[in-house]
Design a binder for this molecule. Structure first.
Ligand code: FAD
Length: 288
């Protein structure tokens, strides 16, 4: 398995990276950690003439707190997200989602930006970020735009990124949620892709759910928010039957595929169980 020839660029600033991407158009591919790009090049699925590496853009590795939000640079690695004291304190659910991923070697290289832009339905970080109502910043030679992360995906491996754009930051707004969690089922205890997974965030007051977001991985051609299941919970008194009903509705709204990792029926079953358990965990344990 050889990587085909390509020309390598390593710009020193976001502006320089954007200028190179604008000039090269569809002949260039952005390279972050390279865990997907280089694999695709080795197996012949991708043969860009130019690779534009973001490795010198250290400002995009930062995870910081700003008034009203937490900002995660797109180049933050999975291990950075897992080890971040800030994220462990504010949104442990996100740190723990990163901890469920791949081997240490992949987690040292793989970035949150690459995990999002890949657009695959099994990616671990988009569901919990959407449950936390995150938005993303995209920058190109033409300027900057922001969008809710949940609007970024629109089909199997399809995203709304435009030619020449770089995903620079992920923004999690301060929120009224009282808990969140990400539960994933893989075929090994660690480092396995999701056969199915559920991310939830909840806003609990007394014994009632005032707000909830439920987002699924590996349950449809794209990451899937199940708003019908969410609506069934809001304003209702929390009990096991209510959470079981939400699990049932989430499974009903999912459209998983058969694959070597599990049949569609098996995945739907997992969605039902994981949704119910994730809700209970977020309600009882906060952002764990
Ligand atoms: C052995 C192995 C195990 C894995 N296990 C898991 C797992 O458990 N869970 C999981 O979710 N994923 C897993 N992955 C997939 C992969 O590691 C992740 O999706 C990772 O986050 C990709 O990030 P990267 O920085 O390596 O992306 P790259 O390979 O550099 O890029 C991926 C794509 O995103 C684009 N891109 C990257 N960053 C940006 C940016 N900032 N702006 C614009 N475009 C960008 C690239 O052009 C490319 O199209 C695994 C991969 C391997 C090889």
């Amino acid at each position: 398995m050889y990587v085909p020839d390509f020309e390598y660029h390593a710009p020193k600033s976001v502006a320089e990276a954007c200028a190179i991407l604008a000039e090269l158009g569809d002949r260039a591919t952005v390279l972050a950690g390279g865990t997907d790009v280089l694999h695709k090049m080795k197996v012949g699925k991708l043969a860009p003439e130019h690779l534009v590496s973001l490795k010198h853009l250290d400002e995009l590795r930062e995870i910081r707190e700003e008034p009203g939000r937490v900002v995660i640079g797109a180049l933050a690695s999975h291990n950075q997200i897992y080890n971040s004291r800030l994220l462990q304190r504010r949104y442990l659910s996100l740190s723990m989602a990163a901890h469920t991923m791949a081997s240490n070697q992949i987690c040292n290289l793989g970035t949150v930006g690459g995990n999002i832009v890949n657009g695959v339905p099994s990616a671990d970080l988009p569901p919990i970020l959407i449950a936390l109502n995150a938005s993303i910043r995209l920058t190109s030679a033409e300027g900057e735009r922001t969008m809710p992360l949940e609007d970024f995906f629109h089909g199997s491996a399809q995203t709304r990124i435009k030619q020449g754009e770089i995903l620079t930051e992920i923004v999690i707004p301060d929120q009224a949620t009282t808990g969140s969690t990400y539960l994933k089922f893989g075929l090994r205890r660690s480092g396995a892709l999701a056969v199915a997974a559920a991310a939830v965030s909840v806003q609990v007051a007394g014994d009632t759910l005032h707000g909830v977001r439920i987002v699924l991985a590996s349950a449809a051609p794209t990451v899937l928010r199940v708003t019908g299941a969410e609506r069934s919970l809001v304003g209702r008194r929390i009990d096991d039957d209510l959470l079981a009903e939400a699990g049932y509705l989430a499974a009903k709204a999912s459209s998983p595929r058969d694959s070597i990792r599990g049949s569609a029926e098996y995945r739907r079953n997992l969605v039902e169980v994981l949704t119910k358990r994730a809700l209970r965990k977020a309600i009882d344990e906060g952002h764990a």
